[in-house]
Design a protein around this ligand. Structure first.
Ligand SMILES: Cc1cc2nc3c(=O)[nH]c(=O)nc-3n(C[C@H](O)[C@H](O)[C@H](O)COP(=O)(O)OP(=O)(O)OC[C@H]3O[C@@H](n4cnc5c(N)ncnc54)[C@H](O)[C@@H]3O)c2cc1C
Length: 527
């Protein structure tokens, strides 16, 4: 894996410890500005953001309230766009080793349709991986890149001023940084303290989920599950190890999420729905989740930002939450770094909300739709049958898959060629894979004309004259391979890589994002 050299701040152990623990709030002095960014929460979003910021030499501290990583072995699905991002950061091989590839079809509302042919990606599969594994890999990645992660430290409060943010820990101590990002999950303290509205719908249905042993033969379970899942979409028992099953069953009602369910709750619900409790016993873990759907009104207030579940929550239909958070982190990382290093235009940081808020809005809507389609009521069941028929049309199936896997996203950069604002798939070039050029998270100027130069921007933009045929004469790819416009003539480098790149990121994008149908990529590739 690529490991860049970073300028580490010389600090004695004492100083390092003080950095972490902060200064007592009662002290007359304000805590020194030792960090550029403090991130609240070391879930997948916080860890990914920390790593992205480190790629740009930003001093990052991640504060995580839990002393140990969560051990819940819930399997999550990593979708195509996230797998592509992992490839761009040199993480994909590590992640593939620990997960299981599955076909990408049958994801939308669990309607069993195969994936459309020829999805435009080198990674057109779904990766099933336990969430603790992905959490751990991303945390390790952030630490390898130089992020400091402090567990057992909860963010309890903060105050912002013109120069920075004073963050108060639950022990009463204070730390200061230039920016604070709340990646602290659905019940985000940062969001609440910011006073940002979180409109949407409360949970209407809860689902119990856990792992436990069963007391009946496998065949008996399989037969019953096949029968019940005809009508109940939130019901399954799947083998999860020797003698252990992963059990999902609708809960009796909506309850306090902080209260974990009991084994008796599972037994009762299994008996109600399946007529038997399958002799379940010896639970490994028990949990519940709801279908609350909410979106933060703003992703940024001054020097404080929100990302991941702190900014949006929705039911797990289609397995999109973690993917969305990791993608938020990649979108935000380089912009916040640019702001900190002083080369971002005024509006750059606000393009984070302009680009990502509409994407979350779209995910919330598709999960609302999927939840309706999982209802056992006759109306939604009829709509489900109709959609099942419609998905036999390739365009419909493709549209839905591209939406869930996030490869259909197009940020609105105004009028331009088809690829403008879209991501570029990985392709083979004479120089290797395109995505391998992006491990350092820098911009990339792809220049088929071989006449351009990044000139004065060589500290942040790489140059590549690809041998494949490009859709335009030149393209600036941002750090996550979203295409932005460049020019065909030889421009002044600052004009090209700076204002043009930024103009591409900001113009006309406020509040708009289109998830559009397939576009044929005019690159020639060999896979
Ligand atoms: C049953 C189920 C299945 C799912 N399946 C999928 C799937 O297949 N694919 C998918 O993409 N997503 C899935 N999800 C969603 C996914 O788990 C979440 O979207 C994801 O964990 C969000 O990551 P995050 O980092 O934003 O927040 P979290 O994972 O919630 O992490 C937030 C972190 O912040 C910490 N924290 C909280 N408060 C503070 C504080 N005050 N100070 C410091 N730290 C704090 C927490 O301890 C936690 O570690 C599923 C969810 C459920 C419930």
């Amino acid at each position: 894996m690529h490991s860049p050299q970073f300028t580490a701040e010389p600090s004695s152990n004492d100083t390092a410890e003080r950095d972490f623990l902060g200064l007592p709030a009662s002290g007359a002095d304000r805590a020194p500005l030792r960090f550029d960014v403090i991130i609240a929460g070391c879930g997948p979003t916080g860890a990914m953001l920390a790593a992205e910021l480190r790629l740009h030499d930003v001093r990052v501290l991640v504060l995580e309230k839990e002393t140990e990583p969560v051990s819940f072995a819930r399997i999550v699905g990593l979708h195509i766009r996230s797998l592509e991002l992992m490839a761009m950061r040199g993480l994909l091989d590590r992640i593939l080793e620990r997960g299981r590839r599955r076909p990408v079809g049958g994801i939308f509302a669990a309607i069993p349709k195969p994936a459309p042919e020829g999805l435009d990606s080198a990674h057109a599969y779904l990766l099933g991986i336990p969430q603790p594994v992905i959490d751990q890999l991303l945390e390790e990645h952030a630490i390898e890149l130089g992020a400091q992660v402090r567990r057992g430290c909860a963010v309890a409060g903060f105050e912002q001023d013109d120069e920075g943010v004073t963050v108060e820990l639950s022990n009463g101590n204070q730390l200061r940084s230039r920016y604070l990002v709340g990646c602290d999950g659905a019940r985000s303290t940062v969001r609440k303290l910011l006073g940002v509205g979180f409109p949407g719908e409360p949970s209407r249905t809860d689902t119990l989920m856990g792992e436990m042993e069963v007391g009946v033969p496998q065949e008996e379970i399989a037969a019953k599950v096949t029968e019940i899942s005809e009508t109940h979409k939130r019901f399954w028992l799947r083998p999860a190890g020797v003698g252990v099953y992963s059990v999902v069953v609708p809960a009796a009602g909506v309850s306090d999420r902080a209260e974990p369910p009991t084994l008796e709750d599972f037994k009762q619900q299994l008996r109600t729905i399946a007529g038997t409790d399958f002799g379940v016993h010896s639970p490994r873990w028990l949990s519940r989740f709801g279908d609350a759907t909410r979106l933060a009104e703003r992703y940024r207030v001054g020097r404080v930002l929100l990302a991941g579940d702190a900014a949006h929550i929705h039911p797990p239909a289609g397995g999109q939450g973690l993917n969305l958070g990791v993608q938020d982190a990649v979108n935000l990382g380089w912009k916040l770094a640019a702001q900190i290093h002083g080369w971002a235009p005024e509006t750059l940081l606000d393009t984070y909300q302009a680009e990502r808020h509409p994407v979350a809005e779209d995910v919330l809507d598709n999960t609302r739709a999927q939840m309706e389609l999982s209802s056992t009521e006759p109306g939604p069941q009829a709509v489900r049958r109709l959609l099942t028929e419609l998905m036999d049309f390739d365009e419909v199936n493709r549209y839905l898959i591209e939406k869930i896997t996030a490869i259909g996203i197009r940020y609105d950069f105004g009028a331009g060629p088809d690829l403008l604002g879209r991501r570029l798939r990985d392709i083979d070039l004479k120089q290797g894979h395109l995505y391998d050029q992006l491990h350092r998270g820098r911009g990339l100027l792809l220049d088929r004309t071989e006449r351009l130069t990044v000139g004065g921007w060589s500290d942040r933009v790489d140059y590549l004259a690809p041998t494949a045929t490009s859709p335009g004469s030149a393209t600036i790819s941002r750090t996550s391979t979203t295409t932005s416009p460049a020019g065909s003539a030889r421009p002044d480098p600052r004009d090209l890589a700076g204002p043009r790149l930024m103009r591409g990121s900001t113009s006309g994008s406020a509040g708009r994002c289109r998830s559009t149908g397939p576009v044929s990529c005019r690159w020639r590739y060999r896979r």
